[in-house]
Design a binder for this molecule. Structure first.
Ligand code: C2O
Length: 420
C-alpha cells in the first residue's frame, strides 16, 4: 500500500526528489508532443484552462474537468491525484512511490519547501509570487455534515456554487496566496499544486476519522470520470466515487505529519447536525468588501437571546448555539489576485469570521453563477452573543494584492444557526 509522506520529513524529501525527476520527464513529454496525455501541459488542461472557462469544442473530453463548489470537489481531485501519481511512478520506475503532501499547519503558515525555490529545478514556477497574510483559522473539523465540510449536493460543475469549509480554508486560501499559476484554473502547472492537493485529500480522511460520514446517495457514489492511465494498454481508466471514497477502498494512506495531534484535530470532536441551517438574521441591502453591512437579528430567540425571561445570567448559562455568517450570491467582476478577511462584530470588538480567497470566483461570475460562502463562526459565538446587539456588523479588510482592488459583492449577508 503506497504511503504519502509529509514534505517536512526525510521520507517526504526523498519522495520530492523522485517527484522532481518525474515532473521533469512530464515536462519533456509535453515539449516533444504537446497533446501527450502523460505530459505536464495536458495534465494541467485536464484541470482547467487559464481563463477558467468550460471545455471548448474539439478539446479532448477529459480537459477542464475539475469539480469545484459541490460535493464532487473532493472525489474528483482524489481521482486526478491517483492517475497523476501513477504517471510519476511509471516514468521514474518507482512502483512504491507515493506523492508527498504539503503539511502546512494552516493557510497562514505555509512555507514553500526548498526544492521548489531552486530556479534550475523542474519544481520551480517563475510566475509564483508569495503574498503572506493573516487568515482565519480553519473550521472544517467542526463540520458535522458533508455539505458543510466538502460541498453541497449538486450536478457536476466546473464552477459549483456551494463550497464546503475545507474548500475555502485552507484550499482556496493556499491557491490565492501564491498568485501566478496557482490562482488560475490551470493551477497544476505549478508543481506545488499536487502536494497542496495531497494535503487537502488527507484532510478528507482526517474528517472521516472524527466519526463523520460521506454521502450515501447513489448520485454521488455512482458518479464516474475517465482519466488517462499510463499502466493500462487501453491508455484509459474510469474511477467511480465509490471506489475512492475512503483511503481504505482506494488503497493508499498518509504518514502522520510531525507535530500534529495523534488521531487528528483536537477540535471537532462533538458531532453537529448542521446539514440544514436556519436563518436568524439578514442584511437589508446587497453588500461588498468596501462597505459595512448591518445584519439585523430576525430571530434572537433562536440564539437564546431576548426570549421571554432571558436575563443576563440565564443567557450566560445557556448553551451557545452554532453560528454561521453566510455571504449569499457572491460575485466578482474580473479576476484579481487579492484576498479579504471578513470581520463581524455585535457592537464589541470585531472577530475574524473567515477569509474570502476568490479562487475561481471571477470565472464563476463570468459564466453567470454566484457562490454562497458559509463561514462557521461558532467558536466566536459566545463572545459575539454576550454583547448581543440587535444588529451585527460585517466588514471586510483586504489583506493581499494591490491596495484598492475591485473586490467581491454579495446579495445578502446573513446569520444562520443549526441544531446544537
Ligand atoms: Cu481544482 Cu485546488 O483546485
Amino acid at each position: 500500500m503506497p504511503t504519502r509522506h509529509p514534505v517536512s520529513t526525510q521520507e517526504g524529501l526523498d519522495a520530492l526528489a523522485v517527484y522532481a525527476i518525474g515532473v521533469g520527464l512530464m515536462k519533456d513529454r509535453s515539449a516533444a508532443t504537446s497533446d501527450d496525455p502523460f505530459g505536464w501541459f495536458y495534465q494541467s488542461r485536464m484541470h482547467g484552462n487559464p481563463w477558467g472557462t468550460e471545455r471548448q469544442p474539439g478539446e479532448p473530453e477529459d480537459w477542464s474537468g475539475c469539480q469545484h463548489g459541490t460535493w464532487f470537489f473532493l472525489p474528483w481531485h482524489r481521482m486526478y491525484l491517483l492517475q497523476f501519481e501513477a504517471i510519476i511512478r511509471n516514468l521514474t520506475n518507482q512502483p512504491d512511490w507515493g506523492l508527498p503532501y504539503w503539511d502546512y499547519p494552516n493557510a497562514t503558515d505555509v512555507v514553500v519547501p526548498a526544492p521548489f525555490l531552486d530556479d534550475q529545478s523542474p519544481l520551480y514556477d517563475q510566475l509564483r509570487t508569495e503574498d503572506p497574510f493573516v487568515a482565519s483559522e480553519p473550521t472544517w473539523m467542526d463540520a458535522g455534515s458533508f455539505v458543510r465540510f466538502g460541498g453541497g449536493m449538486a450536478e457536476r460543475a466546473h464552477h459549483g456554487v456551494s463550497p464546503g469549509a475545507v474548500e475555502d480554508n485552507p484550499h482556496n486560501q493556499v491557491h490565492s496566496r501564491f498568485a501566478g499559476d496557482l490562482s488560475s484554473f490551470q493551477s497544476p502547472l505549478d508543481p506545488l499544486f499536487w502536494i497542496h492537493h495531497a494535503n487537502i485529500d488527507r484532510l478528507w480522511e482526517q474528517w472521516l476519522q472524527l466519526g463523520r460520514e460521506n454521502p450515501t446517495d447513489s448520485a454521488w457514489l455512482n458518479s464516474s470520470w475517465g482519466f488517462p492511465d499510463i499502466d493500462d494498454p487501453s491508455g484509459r481508466r474510469t474511477y467511480h466515487v465509490s471506489q475512492i471514497q475512503t483511503l481504505a477502498v482506494a488503497g493508499y494512506d498518509y504518514a502522520p505529519a510531525p507535530g500534529e495531534p495523534q488521531g487528528g484535530p483536537e477540535r471537532g470532536t462533538v458531532a453537529r447536525d448542521d446539514a440544514v441551517l436556519t436563518l436568524v438574521g439578514a442584511s437589508r441591502r446587497p453588500g461588498s468588501v468596501v462597505e459595512t453591512a448591518s445584519v439585523d437579528l430576525l430571530a434572537p430567540e433562536a440564539l437564546g437571546l431576548g426570549g421571554p425571561g432571558a436575563d443576563e445570567e440565564g443567557a450566560e448559562a445557556a448553551v451557545v448555539p452554532p453560528l454561521f455568517l453566510v455571504l449569499e450570491n457572491v460575485a466578482l467582476a474580473g479576476r484579481v489576485d487579492a484576498v479579504w478577511n471578513i470581520l463581524v462584530s455585535a457592537g464589541g470588538d470585531p472577530v475574524l469570521a473567515g477569509t474570502l480567497a476568490p479562487f475561481g470566483l471571477a470565472e464563476l461570475t463570468a459564466s453567470g453563477g454566484r457562490t454562497t460562502l458559509t463561514f462557521d463562526i461558532s467558536r466566536s459565538a459566545a463572545d459575539l452573543l454576550s454583547v448581543g446587539g440587535p444588529a451585527f456588523e460585517v466588514t471586510a479588510e483586504q489583506v493581499t494584492g494591490e491596495p484598492g482592488a475591485v473586490g467581491p459583492t454579495w446579495e445578502r449577508a446573513a446569520l444562520y444557526t443549526s441544531p446544537a
